[in-house]
Design a binder for this molecule. Sequence first.
Ligand code: ADP
Ligand code: MG
Length: 257
Amino acid sequence: AAIDAPLLEVDGLRKEFGGVTAVDDASFAVEPGALTGLIGPNGAGKSTTFNCITGAHTPTDGTVRFDGQDITGLPPYEIAQRGLVRTFQIARELSEMTVLENVMLAPPGQVGESALRAVVPGLRGGVERDEREVVERAWETLDFFEIDHLAHENAGNLSGGQRKLLEMARVLMTDPEMVLLDEPLAGVNPTLEEKLLERIHDLREDGLTFLLVEHDMDVIMNHCEHIIVMHQGSVLAEGDAETIRSDERVLDAYLGG
Ligand code: ADP
Ligand code: MG
């Protein structure tokens, strides 16, 4: 592929729910290695777009291409296996498990076979070596997010912010190429917010690509090199922070609701 080929291409995306058109002919591209922000007023279609990209929803029309391949309508686990993943809230069953166990059990459908073999006893031969690898990797990941001291704590006892770090840790265990984050900073205190953003930048320097939906406009403006603005299901504007700030249509969209 050409050096400048986008990693993710959304073309003419449309999603209808009964009579409601949540996404209406949205088109945009995400460059590899970039931290791209997706913003827009409530109801603009951001989450639905995420759900169409990751396979949770089947688009009514349009295409989603990842790494040059058409992934439109594929089931979520197949999309995740290709390296395109989103964070998931820690499910109730998992809140009874420790932080370490949560990281070792990466989200369903996203876990590699070697990891599965390690955590499901007796599933297949060669368990020992793989288990050691997974445990080692899990500790490294917890250390990276500075939640290793919480390894033996039940996930349900974590603060909102710690839980967001754990959600990121779980996604990282799957070796993603691109990560979609839907409001990762909601309910996170400023110290942990800083930590989470620093880790996102570290990972981006390692070559990971991020698409971030976030309400906090300062975070988007200060951290994203490219910003896509959605309004009423379509892309209203895109560009760098300065371009978006000075775009009157964007201001109107937010003021108009
Ligand atoms: P955002 O994430 O930008 O706030 P959403 O994608 O959640 O926007 O929603 C876009 C529009 O689609 C809203 O009008 C919302 O009410 C509608 N919508 C989203 N999901 C559904 C659904 N499952 N069924 C019906 N309408 C939906
Ligand atoms: Mg949303």
